[in-house]
Design a protein around this ligand. Sequence first.
Ligand SMILES: Nc1ncnc2c1ncn2[C@@H]1O[C@H](COP(=O)(O)OP(=O)(O)O)[C@@H](O)[C@H]1O
Ligand SMILES: [Mg+2]
Length: 505
Amino acid sequence: MFGKRTNDPASVATPKKAAPAPKPVAAPKPAAAPKPAAAPEPKAEAAPKPAAPPKPAPEPEAEKQRSHSEEYYDVKTTVFNALIDTIDLTQLSKLDAIAAREEIRDIVSEIIQLKNVVMSIAEQEELLEDICNDVLGYGPLEPLLARDDIADIMVNGAATTYIEVNGKVQRTGVRFADNAQLMNICQRIVSQVGRRVDESSPICDARLPDGSRVNVIAPPLAIDGAALTIRKFKKDRLRLEQLVKFGSITPQAKTILEIIGRVRCNVLISGGTGSGKTTLLNCLTGSIDHDERIITCEDSAELQLQQPHVVRLETRPPNLEGEGEITMRDLVKNCLRMRPERIIVGEVRGPEAFDLLQAMNTGHDGSMGTLHANSPREAISRLESMIMMGGFALPVKTIREMIVGSIDVIVQASRLRDGSRKITHITEVMGMEGEVVTLQNLVVYETMGEDANGKLTGRHRSTGISRPAFWERAEYYSETGRLSEALAESEVFDEHGNPMGESHA
Ligand SMILES: Nc1ncnc2c1ncn2[C@@H]1O[C@H](COP(=O)(O)OP(=O)(O)O)[C@@H](O)[C@H]1O
Ligand SMILES: [Mg+2]
């Protein structure tokens, strides 16, 4: 019978070689064994291994990838239970990951034979892989974690998992046995950073060993089972060249950004969630000279600076007793006593805005940070309200003057509705007119229409400014030649040959 648990007593306690039946798996396979190629059943091509990024319309394929019949899950439960009865978990934990996997694979193969489970070799192989992942890793999440093309993993209860690939959110066939298994895995993830998630503390942030950021919100707050969100850590952050290749910016805008980074403008990168702010910040740091002392402050270390002289700092959430929290503001304030030449703040969300602006104002030119806003104008008002909410009793005008005196450039990142990411503004903060902060766009992105495939079309163009406000800085670094050229080449002319112009934001 398929998947019925037999009462054969031998099945409970025979880890080693019982029947000589041919083993489906050659023994010395590495942990993440690729699936056999010549598989008899159509289901066998389930291998969701990384490498090739999916084709433009991966939805149905992804769906097929990891969905199994109920029978498969029944068998898996049976085998899993027999395995748990058989192995000594404390012994297993003494083995390294590869040896432990080997051990489990051996025992599971035995169990499958003893129980006369009828399965194709490919299915067996997958079952082995699944069970190893459950016992040793993050269960059904493992294949998703192994893929490099995924930006986010979003688990909405045991039965539903979405991923983001190439800017598009798609549903996968990945599912957990039940909400209890999902909670177990959440628990396993957060316990690695010394935290706990359960009904009494149902919200938790954590990090995977590879640096991916994790948030868990458990029932009863999440009504349909725990919601687990993973922002995957990219081993290789995108570089400006790649952003050019993807059409996020033009080669000229790349040059302008490089100059802005190099000549020590104070830069704010603005954008929505997942719009590419951190990526862009990382790119901008690429043009910092190698003899500068840089201090980075982040909620969880994501930046990958190439310079030799970097000190990386990270905030700390409060512990279970609610003590020991170190905020971004604490870090930024401390930074100032560390003789930084540049301060880089991963994400400005609160009162640290004040300290960052002060730092920018007091000789730490070239400092940078990101912030959540949908336009450069909104970025200014977000900064303003962060400072007001931080309890600094300053008149609005003073706050605005402070912003104008500190920030030189705002770079806006956006994720457009077709999933593509663009740098939509390179904008200078100029000064004040009465109580209003004046902004000047250098480069903007205009969407123009939609092509036959539903992709948005558009173009980047300069607004006709030939001498940005940071011209003197550029002179000091002998960058004016490159700068003028890049700006001139970014101009777009209308059908009468007149420049399109208009720089006021
Ligand atoms: N210009 C771009 N083109 C394509 N993918 C991008 C681009 N910028 C960022 N990404 C990808 O988008 C995801 C989110 O980027 P990230 O910089 O972390 O966003 P944010 O900091 O705004 O939340 C990452 O997987 C990143 O590799
Ligand atoms: Mg970010």
